[in-house]
Every structure is written in C-alpha cells, then in structure tokens.
Write a protein that binds this ligand. Structure first.
Ligand code: ADP
Ligand code: MG
Length: 230
C-alpha cells in the first residue's frame, strides 16, 4: 500500500465470464499481500464458494503477529459482509489494508454491489476469441457505477493463463493493448497447471509450490498493487 494510505483499499475481482481466473486471482492476490505482511480480508461473493473452498486447507497461521485473515465463511473465521455496510464501515476500518472481493460470473447483484463498493476493479483477461468484446461489457458496467470523470482509472486488466509463445495470445493482447494500454497491469499471469492442483488440495500455490511461475507472478502482482494502485 502506498505510504501514507491509511484507508482500506477495496479490490473487486470481476468478469462476467466464468472460468477466466477471477477466483484464482482473488485468492492468490490475497495470499500474496498477506505474505507481504498486509492485513487482508478476502470475501467470496460467489454462491459457489470457490474462493472459500480453494483455501480451506491453507495454513493461516504464518501471518505476522496481529495480521488479520478473514475469508467469508471460511473454515477458521467467518465474516458476513453486506455491501450496505461498506460505506458505514470500510472507509473507517483500521482492521484491514485490503479487502478483496471475488465476484460471481455475471454482472448481477453481487458483482454490481462489488463494483460500487470497490476502489479498484481487477479484471482477469483470458486472451481468447472475443476477449475485447467481453472487456467492453464490464468496462461499460464500471462506467455506470462510478461517478463521472476518469472512471477507467479504477480498472486494471490482468492478462491471465497467458502462453507467451502463442501467436493467438500475442495478437489478442496487442488488440487489447491498442484500446486500453494504460489500464493493462504490468504483471501478467502465465498458464500454470499448479493452480488447479493446489486448489484441489484447498491450498494456494504459494503453499504448494512457492517457486512456481504462477506463485511468482502473483507475488509480482501484489508488489504492483502495493507500489502503484492509489
Ligand atoms: P473464475 O473464478 O473466473 O470462474 P477460476 O479462477 O476458478 O475462474 O479458474 C478457472 C480454472 O482455471 C480453475 O481450474 C483454475 O485452477 C484454472 N486457472 C486459473 N488461472 C490459471 C492459470 N494462470 N493457469 C492455469 N490454470 C488456471
Ligand atoms: Mg470464481
């Protein structure tokens, strides 16, 4: 978190498509920030509870003294979150540096409220056919939920499951870059089969294989968030 920023930073991980890496991103960004000593609350807004389930065996004791670790309806601690509480509680909450919201795969109520409540919208982007069209939809929704002005500054597009040698991926990324160059994260997440393996054990890739390319990429994303997202 940038020096001097005392306020909780709320990051919604959103994309109306399923299977594009929202939960993986929310979980691994949360774990990476926590490993960096930040106080993180991860809130699973998807009724399928994938974020909760994919962390249910995660070692939660390794945090620095006093660090908070809250996963909504997770195994160890339970925190029910009502978006209506955000205005009343979050800005003044000294308990967390980051609140990360894992959104369901649609643009309905849960995602809508998350977009309203968030300071940043992190959009995982799979470099596949019609990627730009999908992005346009969610960007339109963000524009409708934020006050007028430079609304897109809230948005951070994260290329995920990237295969850098794939010409298709390169072409799609180039196309997205043309439209949204300043909103694309510096970090990109490579395809790493370790993610699905780790989640099947209820753990993050950090605890399964900290040296994996996937874990290293999310550690880099956490540094980017800390350095630059105000
Ligand atoms: P969403 O929350 O958008 O539905 P998930 O995060 O659950 O998507 O990811 C869908 C599937 O893709 C999961 O099996 C997950 O393990 C896998 N996955 C996510 N990110 C990666 C990645 N970078 N490399 C390989 N597999 C990934
Ligand atoms: Mg999900």
């Amino acid at each position: 978190m940038p020096v001097g920023q005392a306020r909780t930073s709320v990051i919604a991980c959103a994309n109306q498509k399923g299977g594009v890496g929202k939960t993986t991103t929310a979980v691994h960004l949360a774990v990476a920030l926590r490993r960096a000593g930040r106080r993180v609350r991860l809130i699973d807004l998807d009724p399928q509870r994938n974020a909760v389930l994919s962390l249910c065996e995660e070692e939660q004791d390794a945090a620095p003294e006093g660090a908070g670790w809250w996963v909504w309806s997770a195994c160890r601690e339970v925190e029910l979150w009502s978006p209506a509480k955000r205005d009343a509680e979050l800005p003044a909450s000294p308990d967390f540096d980051y609140v990360i919201l894992d959104c369901p795969p649609n643009l309905d109520g849960g995602t809508q409220r998350a977009l309203e409540a968030s300071d940043h919208v992190l959009v995982p982007l799979q470099c596949e056919f019609l990627a730009m069209e999908g992005l346009t939809q969610i960007l339109g929704r963000v524009q409708n939920t934020k006050p007028k002005g430079d609304v897109l500054r809230h948005v951070h597009v994260l290329p995920v499951m990237l295969e850098p040698a794939s010409t298709l991926h390169q072409d799609i990324l180039e196309d997205v870059w043309k439209h949204l160059s300043d909103r694309i994260c510096d970090t990109w997440i490579p395809r790493d089969p370790g993610f699905s393996e780790a989640s099947s054990f209820g753990r993050s890739l950090f605890s399964q294989n900290i040296k994996s390319i996937g874990a290293r990429a999310y550690a880099k994303l956490a540094r980017e968030v800390e350095d630059g997202w105000t």
